[in-house]
Design a protein around this ligand. Structure first.
Ligand code: SRM
Ligand code: SF4
Length: 578
């Protein structure tokens, strides 16, 4: 583990110089929480309700847990004068998305025993359990701990799980990036023992008032903070949507360092132009051994300058938007004590996953399994369980909600293929689902997400069936088009970089966005507001027809709608709301 980061006396003084009363209520809650303990332990054993208090719900997020309720049952329970069907989501911290087959088997057991019998692979390369009751939360976390995994800092105002390109065919580079993602994640882990005390029965050490968060202090960060490592030509982590991104630069096959990009994010609110998605800006190049120092300096700037008064303005993208990239670079260089070299050239070609079999440089094989919207359930869940029982490599979750059965020794490939075939999971190649479906993503939304305004995960598969037919009729079945959907404007499936994006507005209605960059390099723009499926299909059909007739060689759909004058390109975050 890296040395504990420290704050300078100047940084530490920030804890006391800002009067908490002037800040958002979330700040006082964090400050008075005794380093994220609150009254969570008491709330867990309170027998009269399946819920816990509102303040503890906010603190629970730092432990990787959200309180939700089954929204399908809301009306009926209200009629019966019952409290909502409260349940909890547990999100693991899994840097780089890698786990062992043994860990998979434990998680599969936990999903069947305490959750809703499914595993959800998220857009940030980790697992979520849905539907856990309050009484089973502790047992679930203890089960996760037994598998040498945890959910610390998977949510909350901290550095979240760190992403890393999945790179099935580039074994050496993946090893290097994965190690860095893990180190970076560990470096920023909260230091409080609250998680161990509450969930794992660790005894609080007497006099632990001396406990401290050396880097972040007791108010942690103003808001969530996301980091990703990408390896061109693959942008499978959508690096520009991150607060901080590291883009691997290789020379003569060797990793020499990273281009650093800062200030990305997707979240926005409807009818509030002060909120907008934003893509990260390049600010320089750093050597591989400088990654942690750069990350720490960037995080410390956001700690000190992020907006702690207005929470919806608290992400680092707004800090950079308000103060400017030049200011940010200057502040970063001041904290680093040196100038950053200019960014180096690289090329991204796609943000999707290569499906089916690939072979790594070391001769090991990898199979990328398409998991529709990340939901592992039913026959697929049985199949992956059977794979986990014999697999000698590891599992790799992708940021596109898919699963790689990775590092299969040559002599084992036949056995793995046989299990894939037995469970009908071998259709990752050309015979499988359409390109549109394989490259699409939907966020969770209903029935668990408390912020959802429309369906997403449950709705997208059927909607895609409708679009697939239209695309095939126009001869576009083999043209990759990136389509993403969410049930609200928060952007959990990163819809604002999709060529076709949807965000839910209400039951059965969505905003339609067009013109995103094929490999995540350009935001899309609002094309139609608050429309239903019939309107969307009636709108997209003639656009697809024109695309088929007028498409340039290898032209992508997002580029075409701009060239054809159907929509103006978005050039900055603020421009998104224009
Ligand atoms: Fe998200 C909140 C699900 C990736 C932006 N997100 C939520 C919550 C926890 C709802 C809540 O606060 O009560 C959702 C839980 C629903 C459920 O029942 O599972 C939720 N987010 C997800 C996941 C599971 C979607 C998925 O289909 O995979 C993803 C879990 C990622 C993980 O493993 O950590 C997920 N969320 C994202 C991403 C994509 C990314 O990070 O690459 C984004 C956009 C990028 C960004 O952060 O800007 C994202 N989620 C949000 C936001 C808006 C943040 C903002 O800056 O405004 C919220 C709302 C909030 O934080 O207040 C949110
Ligand atoms: Fe929930 Fe909205 Fe995120 Fe979808 S985008 S999971 S509806 S918060």
């Amino acid at each position: 583990m890296d040395e504990q980061p420290t704050r300078s006396p100047e940084d530490r003084s920030r804890d006391v110089t800002q009067p908490l009363s002037a800040l958002s209520p979330a700040e006082s809650l964090k400050a008075s929480s005794d380093y994220l303990r609150g009254t969570i332990a008491q709330g867990l054993v309170e027998p009269l309700s399946g819920a816990i208090s509102a303040d503890d719900q906010s603190l629970l997020k730092f432990h990787g847990i959200y309180q939700e309720d089954d929204r399908d049952l809301r009306d009926e329970r209200r009629r019966q004068k019952l409290e909502p069907a409260f349940e909890f989501l547990v999100r693991l911290r899994l840097p780089g998305g890698v786990c062992s087959p043994q860990q998979w088997l434990v998680l599969d057991d936990l999903a069947r025993t305490y959750a809703n019998g499914t595993l959800r692979l998220t857009t940030r390369q980790t697992f979520q359990f849905h539907g856990i009751l309050k009484k089973d939360l502790k047992k679930t976390i203890q089960g996760i701990d037994k598998a040498l995994l945890d959910s610390i800092g998977a949510c909350g105002d901290v550095v979240r799980g760190v992403l890393c390109s999945s790179l099935p065919e580039r074994s050496r580079l993946h090893t290097e990036l994965y190690e860095l993602a893990k180190r970076t994640s560990e470096h920023f882990l909260p230091k409080t023992r609250a998680y161990h005390e509450i969930w794992l029965n660790e005894t609080k050490v007497a006099g632990s008032a001396a406990e401290d968060e050396p880097l972040l202090g007791k108010t942690y960060l103003p808001r969530k903070f996301k980091i990703a490592f990408a390896a061109p030509p693959s942008n499978d982590v959508d690096v520009y949507t991150h607060d901080l991104g590291f883009i691997a630069i290789a020379e003569e096959g060797q990793l020499v360092g990273f281009d650093v990009v800062v200030g990305g994010g997707m979240g926005r609110a409807d009818n509030d132009p002060t909120t907008f998605p934003r893509l990260a800006d390049p600010i320089g190049f750093c050597r591989t051994d400088e990654v942690i120092a750069v990350a720490e300096a960037v995080v410390s700037i956001q700690r000190d300058y992020g907006d702690r008064v207005t929470r919806k303005h608290a992400r680092m993208k707004y800090t950079i938007d308000s103060r400017g990239v030049t200011w940010f670079r200057g502040e970063l260089e001041r904290r680093l004590g040196r100038s950053l070299e200019p960014p180096r050239p690289f090329v991204f070609t796609a943000n999707t996953d290569p499906f089916g079999w690939t072979e790594g440089e070391d001769g090991r094989s990898h199979f990328t399994l398409f998991v529709e919207n990340g939901r592992v359930k039913g026959r697929m869940m049985e199949g992956v369980r059977a794979l986990a029982a014999i697999h000698q490599g590891d599992f790799r979750l992708t940021a596109n909600q898919n699963l790689i059965i990775a590092n299969i020794p040559a002599h084992e490939r036949g056995r793995i293929q046989a299990v894939l075939a037995e469970y009908g999971l071998d259709g990752g190649g050309d015979s499988g689902p359409s390109l549109l479906r394989r490259n699409a993503m939907a966020c969770v939304a209903l029935p668990t997400c408390s912020l959802a305004m429309a369906e997403s995960e449950r709705y997208l598969p059927g909607f895609i069936t409708r679009l697939e037919k239209i695309l095939v009729d126009f001869g576009l079945g083999e043209v990759p088009i990136i389509l993403r959907m969410t049930g609200c404007p928060n952007g959990c499936s990163r819809p604002y970089v999709a060529e076709i994006g949807f965000s839910g507005r209400g039951p059965g209605t969505y905003n339609l966005y067009l013109g995103g960059g094929f490999h995540g390099q350009r935001l899309n723009r609002l094309f139609l507001e608050n429309v239903d499926e019939e309107t969307i299909v009636a709108t997209l059909t003639p656009i697809f027809r024109r695309f088929a007739a007028e498409r340039g060689a290898d032209e992508h759909f997002g580029d075409y709608v701009i060239r054809a004058g159907l929509i103006a390109p978005v050039t900055s975050g603020r421009d998104f709301t224009r």
